[in-house]
Design a protein around this ligand. Structure first.
Ligand code: GUN
Length: 282
């Protein structure tokens, strides 16, 4: 058996097209502001891609690029201006931040109603409490992929590998809300391969290239690879040893072209949701 490839690029393109249609029908343009601090080169690429996708879908998007020596107070002042700007529906502070700025302070400064990253503790708490709120983009994108692939979630054994605030924890909450039986496994888990082998749905989000081997995967399992790692040869590799997983899994997301494109599409979806919630348009 060879796993079905779950094409995140195609799913993301479809979602972006649907969002563009909804934006075109609005009496206003949803506003997105991405704040980048310093010169991290990968962040530069991500921010440009987010801005381009947002503009193409009809959003009013722009980037605010602050110098690497920006103080925490100056960043918080910039965020306060965006919080108060009625034309701004979504604010994203690109991570990582320079060391003089506390990430938690920056995240907590964003108005939760404009927190399109879903990182604010209020939105994380809402998700954990099963209440509506803004949800982190990558886990939201994974849920879209599972839905498009027709994966039955209710009652399924799901294992999330990784417990980060950005992916692992919210991913587990979303799967739980969809009635999966959820295990969160992590670096201190006693027998990782055995935990993974129990999964009917395995989401790998640890940031370690090809850590999940073929014999960690149950035959027929749905494998979602969130990892984007740079291999020794410079190529992108996921957290899953793809060639080993392919003959075992029932379905699998590739890297690149799996979860990655969904993250940006879901940023746009979150921005549209935030705009409609704030402005009361349907
Ligand atoms: N840096 C890498 N991924 C992300 C993300 O999803 N959101 C933000 N704000 N920064 C990131």
């Amino acid at each position: 058996m060879t796993a079905r490839i779950l094409d995140g690029r195609a799913i993301a393109a479809g979602l972006r097209a649907r969002l563009a249609e909804r934006v075109a029908a609005l009496p206003f343009r949803p506003g997105l502001r991405v704040v980048r601090v310093g010169e991290d080169p990968a962040s530069g690429v991500y921010v440009r891609n987010k801005d381009k996708a947002a503009r193409e879908a009809g959003f009013d998007s722009s980037t605010i690029h602050l110098p690497a020596d920006t103080t925490e107070a100056a960043l918080l002042a910039t965020i306060a201006v965006l919080n108060a700007d009625p034309a701004v529906d979504g604010i994203l502070v690109q991570l990582p931040l320079p060391p003089q700025i506390r990430v938690e302070a920056a995240i907590a400064a964003v108005d939760p109603a404009k927190d399109v990253d879903g990182f604010h503790p209020l939105n994380a708490g809402r998700l954990a409490a099963g209440q509506p709120g803004l949800v982190p983009c990558t886990p939201r994108g994974v849920m879209h992929i599972l839905a498009e692939a027709g994966v039955a979630l209710a009652g399924a054994r799901a294992v999330v590998l990784g417990r980060s605030q950005i992916v692992g924890r919210p991913m587990a909450q979303l799967l739980l809300a969809a009635d999966c039986t959820v295990t969160i496994a992590h670096s201190r888990t006693r027998d990782l391969p055995a935990e993974c082998r129990r999964a009917e749905i395995l989401v790998a989000a640890v940031g370690r290239p090809a850590m999940v081997r073929g014999d960690w995967i149950a035959p027929g399992a749905v494998v979602v690879d969130v990892g984007i790692n740079r291999g020794a040869d410079g190529r992108l590799v996921g957290d899953v040893a793809f060639a080993e997983a392919l003959p075992v899994a029932g379905a699998i997301t590739p890297v690149p072209g799996g979860v990655g494109p969904m993250t940006i599409a879901c940023l746009l979806e979150n921005t549209l949701d935030a705009a409609i919630a704030r402005r009361g348009a349907a």
